[in-house]
Design a protein around this ligand. Structure first.
Ligand SMILES: *Cc1c(COP(=O)(O)O)cnc(C)c1O
Length: 363
């Protein structure tokens, strides 16, 4: 198969899904895939056996969820446009408004729909200002219990999303207690509560049983159906970006240029200034660089057992979350194809991209 391509390995996806199903069984929480993290629908048949549906950030994600992922379709967006709302309602099971203003604007047209409101508890676990829903002056959800109280009988649920890459159960537990302290009376009036994504419960050593017990207790004490919206936790470590070395260079460091680009194919790493991940061995140090003309198009520095040369193959790890959804045509670099390794070990190509796709992306 011609590189570059993303390789989704179902055998590496499955352990995450099994943990999700276990959490669901132990806690009673329903789990919805957050499509903004991962929307490669060719594996939705497998994922939907372990998860209850999808949640979204836009009309197009609502439509994709409804079309490709059996189960519930939650429709959330920071703001719906007037011309979108009818289709959003038609294609979803629940609509979650980001503000009281949006709820009021669409109150009449959505009256027969299951409706929720995003609530911003003002605390989060984000280390990045850019991605912190509780950042100062945040637009992500309503914050004032007194204002929310005034519209509480127009809605049946709340969505909180304030965990970000949170692998610490005690921190999750403490923040949920803060949420109950501040919004408890309102939560008790609701039928369902979504606690959003960002809980890294599929990670090695995460106390899944304690999380399940906490969620079950939250649901029982408040009389609500709990939802979780995992993105990264569902697909973490399932996928690689397969690339080939095109050229090598000695600039005082050993450089290898590959047939991919971090700007075009793993943009999230560049935004957060993180290194790509590789399985390393040996003591030869090489900097892996992309082939775009951006000077800082660099995947990172890694160790290899021998000197790299043109034609060598490299697997960049953990290439699913916030990666495939952000790929772009910068520099006209060949878009990676998408391949799936089935549970029986066979690999099949599910999508490749051509010059026609590049040309069609603009006009
Ligand atoms: C981003 C997001 C998610 C998914 O977050 P992960 O960190 O990928 O689990 C879920 N819900 C909402 C509202 C989000 O914005």
């Amino acid at each position: 198969m011609q590189t570059p391509y993303y390789l989704i390995d179902k055998a590496r996806l499955l352990p995450n899904l099994e943990k999700i199903a276990r959490l669901r069984a132990l806690s009673g929480a329903r789990t919805l895939l957050a499509l903004k993290c991962f929307a490669t629908w060719s594996v939705f048949d497998l994922m939907s056996e372990y998860m209850d549906g999808t949640t979204s950030s836009s009309l197009f994600e609502v439509k994709l969820g409804r079309e490709k992922f059996p189960g519930e379709t939650h429709a959330y967006s920071v703001a719906w446009a007037d011309h979108e709302i009818d289709e959003v309602l038609r294609q979803s099971d629940k609509v979650i408004f980001n503000s009281i203003g949006q709820l009021a604007r669409f109150e009449e047209v959505s009256r027969d729909h299951v409706r929720g409101l995003r609530v911003n508890p003002g605390v989060s676990t984000s280390d990045f200002d850019l991605a912190d829903p509780a950042r100062p002056f945040s637009r992500l959800g309503e914050q004032d219990p007194a204002r929310i109280e005034q519209v509480a009988d127009q809605i049946s649920g709340f969505m909180f999303h304030n965990n970000c890459e949170n692998a610490d159960f005690d921190r999750f537990d403490a923040m949920l207690t803060q949420i109950e302290d501040r919004f408890g009376a309102l939560i008790k009036r609701m039928q369902w509560i979504s606690l959003g994504g960002g809980i890294h419960f599929t990670g090695e050593g995460y106390p899944l049983d304690r999380l399940a017990e906490r969620l079950k207790r939250f649901a029982g004490e408040n009389g609500v159906q709990v939802y979780l919206e995992p993105g990264e936790a569902a697909i973490t470590n399932s996928t690689t970006l397969e690339v080939t070395v095109l050229d090598t260079f000695d600039t005082g460091k050993n450089l290898a240029i590959v047939d991919s680009s971090i700007e075009a194919h793993m943009l999230d790493l560049l935004i957060y200034r993180e290194s790509a991940k590789l399985e390393e061995s040996g003591d030869q140090h090489w900097m892996i660089c992309g082939k775009s003309c951006l000077a800082g198009d660099i995947f990172g520095e890694f160790r290899f057992p021998t000197a790299l040369k043109p034609g060598d193959r490299i697997s960049i790890q953990d290439a699913a979350g916030y990666t495939m959804v952000k790929k772009n045509w910068f520099n006209g670099v060949q878009m990676p194809a998408i391949a799936i390794r089935e549970l029986d070990g066979t690999t099949r190509l599910v999508r490749d991209f051509t010059y026609a796709d590049f040309s069609a992306a603009l006009s």
